[in-house]
Design a protein around this ligand. Sequence first.
Ligand code: GDG
Length: 491
Amino acid sequence: MTARGRLIVVSNRLPLVMKQQSGGAWHLERGSGGLVTALEPVLRETDGIWVGWPGVDPKRIPEVDDFLEGKEEELGYQVRGVGLSPREVDDFYLGFANQVVWPLFHDFLNQCNFDPAFWKAYQAVNQRFAEVVADEAEAGDFIWAHDYHLMSLGEDLRGKGVKNRLGFFLHIPFPPRDLFVKLPWRKEVMSALLSYDLIGFQTDRDRTNFVHCLQALRPDAHIEGSGRVVRAEVDGRTVRIGVFPISIDVREFAGPAASPEISERVARLWTEFPGRKLILGVDRLDYSKGIPHKLEGYRLALARYPELQEKVSLVQLVVPSREDIPEYYDMKREIERLVGQISGEFTRPGWVPIHYQYGRWDRPELIAHYRAAAVALVTPLKDGMNLVAKEFCAASLEGNGALILSEHAGATAQLQHDAILVNPFDVEGVAEAIFRACTMSDEERQARMQRMRAKIEREDIFWWVETFRKASHDEVDDEASPLDVYMPSRI
Ligand code: GDG
């Protein structure tokens, strides 16, 4: 054990997928992604534990735990499963998490379904997570819960007598006060969050919203300090509230991007688009990503700036997600309609204005597209951070890609000076930004990209983990780690 104690990470999903083979034996596929890459070394170093849902029913948990125990050596840390029944998947995961918190926190009040059964399931599942975590926790452990599925976990742990330091990081935005107070369980959620010792947000925007909600719902709370981490004195306790913009492991993108395999794919992509600039969009199918607005912007760019016709092509990947929720299916139909409209209006012999794909690319294909693209079009209506924007910069080895970025993405706070910012609701502004990105001089594009890459290299996922852990010990140095704040007056 290190001086800081063990790390216990708690997330809705475990960073691995459990599959049962035809003979009944379990098979484990390890997850990838920057968060896993950054947390695993800390888990190994501190003898830590990862707690989460392995994608199975509660009845299967004993056998899954036995299997996972056998994998401890291979993983280098312990893993504990929390089971969810099909009903809980419906009411907790698809229900409260994805039809209440997700839409509300992304400003989509009209997509919210405030079904009281969803809230009951949310509480019950958070309790179940708390039982597993409380069972494992030892004095000195730091318990770090992730994301909107687990807002009540801290309070449930306190209810079980857990006295450890508790941290919570919200990966999605936190809504403005006027929206948060629409939540029928606003008091319960706020009071549950205050059970944590450290609450982390992606941006100053989210933290400010949270503080406004706190002041409205708990006027007795006293807020002190400024900078990356502020303190709220409430119920005789100190709750730290900080800003920690998540990032990526730059090497996971920059390294492979330079490999011969990907260089070959990049060359192939360039021959597929001879003499044309490739504009890239990569988004999960989600209303928060603003895909229809982006397509409208692209259509207007082609109409308003005819010199772009035959000179650019948009490659838009839409990654399937939450298809069990009806709104997602309807949105897919709308996207397909717009793609058809753009193709019908502008396609010429030898030129296709838009290449739409619904599916998932493997990592090398994704990186090849990042590197080959002249422009990335990242225009969410609201986003906690948006890692696609950062991954594009990391893989942009030629250093001449231009990033068009929504001012409502968390990534804007760090990249505001060098990305071309847009308000995605402003279709004309998006069209103009596309024209600007496609006609910007090479020198300017290179200078902007270099500065964005340097920023992402400095504040990578390892920096993020370390800054959050330091904040939990009140060790953040504001001078070494100044806070980026974005004000809409910039565009
Ligand atoms: C939540 C918050 C926040 C996408 N397509 C493919 C693929 N991806 C990978 C990307 C990227 C990830 O998925 C998407 O990350 P985002 O950050 O853009 O968005 P969310 O999934 O909504 O994540 C968000 C994030 O949490 C972290 O805190 O930034 O705001 O909403 O890593 O690379 N990967 C592969 N093929 C694809 O086709 N292999």
